[in-house]
Write a protein that binds this ligand. Structure first.
Ligand code: KIV
Ligand code: ZN
Length: 514
């Protein structure tokens, strides 16, 4: 019988720590529900003590998401552990993930603790977690820069105090595959007790996936991963890469398998990208737009003769061929809402009405509407659903090579109508400035990318903007067949995120963030 590789998804915790990402509870819930469809074993839903927003999101996921075990992150402080449990307690099954830094640099500059104190903290945090649940994970943060002897002492203390999973975080992405693999093997051989060993690899050297796989080969039976490789700085190991490597190369991972429904990978990737505002690079392994596109004539010819000439993965098996035409101009409201339901998108009331209205508009401009189009459009509507959010009511622009580009916008917020006009360097710039005037938020545009949702002349343009405002950096996304409109929608989407982030200024107000 195959040995199971546990997939511990931390998109909603470590992934959410990517700069500029700030998901609200509803968005986190939507991602968690998709992760459940993907069939991950664990969802690390957040760090409950970090803010009320994090707590609420973990609690909502624990109460509403079925299937995966729900995990929450906690420092070793007793108050943190109890707060983490409070958020998790209503889950079908829950895990507390306790961590403390163990490297000399972290201990000196962040914790200001010596080795005795770290050992004592480990014991108290893990014991307290174990008093709440039988499923306790422990992580020595910055493990790969921790003296080996001390790390073994800490890990043995954690197991003796009740930890059932030992996670080895390569917090700063310092590991090299063969070295990291040897570390996992050594830890496994030196620590006594009953535990699963886990990897948590960051991508600072572009080796997160390679290091995780080396860990699996050396005996790790849990990998901590994020969709699209999101995470602090250069990110974490990408779930889709690790899962597919194990699946495609059973010769390298004999008898090891995951329970991931790989056909859900592409959709999960698109959803996460859309809600976080982080685009997926075109040539990203497994889920990138170009992962199954063949450019050279020789390659195209080969694939037409036999797919396997130039493809090691069947695009269908990872959901990359899920972009079929699903609806057209004559499709009615019922077909529209049924299609969304079948795609796993639950949309009701005003949001459904508004999404249907936008679908009809799109169907007038675009012949064939695909799943990807619908996802983009519905996500755009959902993101402006709440009544206290800004939403675009009207946009009028003028531009070209003669005269000054200008824009007029009408924005609504909770029944209020805000109108403004502005000139700019181009129509997009003018629209952005008009939005700034209407909302009263003088943001700086620091990033702008445009891409097409699907191919063809009538494709929808997808715009991602990044805005900076004081200490805040947020991204937003908008879609339309008109790039100026898509830009205005993206801009407003980012402004809405900014308002939320400002309202939740307590985000990450703990002294020692993970
Ligand atoms: O990178 C890290 O060390 C972490 C821990 C909290 C596991 O994210
Ligand atoms: Zn991490």
């Amino acid at each position: 019988m195959d040995e199971k590789l546990i997939i511990f998804d931390t998109t909603l915790r470590d992934g959410e720590q990517s700069p500029g990402i700030s998901l609200d509870s509803a968005e986190k819930l939507e991602i968690a529900e998709q992760l459940a469809r993907l069939n991950v074993d664990y969802i690390e839903a957040g760090f409950p003590v970090a803010s009320q927003g994090d707590f609420d999101a973990v609690q909502a996921i624990a109460r509403q998401v079925h299937g995966p075990i729900i995990a929450g992150l906690s420092r070793t402080h007793l108050g943190d552990v109890d707060r983490c449990w409070e958020a998790l307690r209503d889950a079908e099954k829950a895990r507390i993930h306790v961590f403390i830094s163990t490297s000399p640099s972290h201990m000196e500059h962040m914790l200001k603790m010596d080795q005795h104190q770290v050992l004592a903290e480990t014991m108290q945090g893990v014991e307290r977690a174990r008093s709440h649940t039988m499923d306790v994970e422990f992580s020595p943060q910055d493990a790969t820069r921790t003296p080996l002897d001390f790390m073994l002492q800490v890990l043995q203390t954690a197991v003796d105090s009740g930890a059932t999973t030992l996670n080895i975080p390569d917090t700063v992405g310092y590991g090299i595959p063969w070295d990291f693999g040897a570390l996992i093997q050594y830890v496994k051989s030196q620590i006594s007790g009953n535990f699963v060993i886990s990897t948590h690899c960051h991508n600072d050297l572009g080796l997160a996936t390679a290091n995780s796989l080396a860990g699996v080969q050396a005996g790790a039976r849990q990998v901590e991963v994020c969709i699209n490789g999101l995470g602090e700085r250069a990110g974490n190991a990408a779930l889709e890469e690790v899962v597919m490597a194990v699946k495609i190369r059973p010769d390298q991972f004999p008898g090891i398998s995951t329970q991931i429904r790989t056909e859900e990978l592409a959709r999960t990737s698109r959803l996460v990208s859309r809600l976080t505002g982080y685009p997926v690079q075109y040539n990203k392994a497994v889920v990138g737009k170009n992962a199954f596109t063949h450019e050279s004539g020789i390659h195209q010819h080969g694939v037409l003769m036999d797919r396997e000439t130039y493809e090691i993965i069947d695009a269908q098996s990872v959901g990359q061929k899920g972009s079929q035409i699903v609806l057209g101009k004559h499709s009615g409201r019922h077909a529209f809402s049924e299609t969304l339901k079948n795609m796993g998108l639950e949309v009701h009331g005003d949001t459904l009405n508004q999404a249907f209205f936008r679908f009809k508009e799109l169907a007038d401009r675009k012949m064939e509407i695909t799943e990807a189009d619908l996802e983009a459009l519905v996500a755009d509507e959902i993101s402006s659903e709440a009544s206290n959010m800004y939403s675009l009511a009207e946009l009028e622009v003028g531009g070209g090579t003669v005269g000054t580009p200008n824009a007029r916008v009408v924005i609504t917020k909770g029944g209020e109508r805000l109108e403004a006009r502005a000139d700019g360097n181009g129509m997009i710039d003018a629209a952005g400035k008009a939005i700034q005037i209407a909302t009263g938020l003088q943001t700086n545009l620091v990033g702008f990318t445009v891409s097409s949702v699907t191919g063809g002349e009538d494709a929808q343009g997808e715009v991602v903007v990044q805005l900076a405002y004081g200490e805040f950096k947020v991204s937003g996304r908008g879609v339309s067949t008109d790039v100026v409109e898509a830009s205005a929608r993206a801009y407003l989407n980012a402004v809405n995120r900014l308002s939320r982030s400002m309202a939740r200024k307590d985000i990450r107000d703990v002294e020692v963030g993970p």
